[in-house]
Design a protein around this ligand. Structure first.
Ligand SMILES: [Zn+2]
Length: 172
């Protein structure tokens, strides 16, 4: 079951930084968000960098970086299928916005997205699903497009991902 807070945060991120086009590009959302930490003289404005690279055995990771300036970094494996890369980008962005990574927490690495009961993974998956397959739009598109493969193409995800989403939303 998707946690309400993660879903809310994904909606908020889209409101802030999405241009309205499908498929939704997590790069654009990350680039459009600045995280403000602290206040007054201690205020820090942190940006989120998203980068693709070949990552052996890893789908992606999220981390806090000190250089070239303090901020967050999401990496995703460019050796994987494009639909998988999009989901990874959204998932890692979720880890950052859900505050799963910080100066004191080292890099969070993802090999699979099986949650294994880890609440951080459950929340990051819920965030990712809502970010790139928003419930409102999935409902609307599913009423017009009956084919899983076409729906998957519209949202830029795998047929498995959209099928899972439809089931979770009670549409299949
Ligand atoms: Zn994860």
């Amino acid at each position: 079951m998707a946690t309400p807070q993660a879903v809310q945060l994904a909606n908020r991120a889209r409101e802030l930084a999405w241009d309205g086009n499908f498929p939704i590009d997590p790069h654009e959302i990350a680039a459009g968000i600045t995280i403000v930490r602290g206040s007054g003289e201690d205020e820090q404005r942190l940006s989120i960098t998203m980068e693709g690279e070949p990552l052996d055995q890893l789908s992606g990771y999220a981390e806090f970086i000190e250089a070239p300036e303090p901020g967050y970094r999401c990496a995703y494996n460019t050796d994987e299928a494009l639909v998988r890369q999009r989901f990874t980008q959204a998932h890692e962005l979720g880890h950052v916005l859900l505050k799963h990574v910080s100066k004191d927490h080292t890099r969070l690495r993802d090999t699979t997205f099986n949650d294994r009961g880890d609440w951080r993974e459950i929340d990051a998956n819920a965030f990712a699903a809502e970010l790139i397959m928003p419930a409102e739009y999935v409902r609307h598109q599913a009423s017009k497009i009956p084919h899983i493969s076409e729906l998957a193409r519209f949202f830029g995800v795998s047929p498995t991902a959209i099928r899972y989403r439809l089931i979770n939303l009670g549409l299949l």
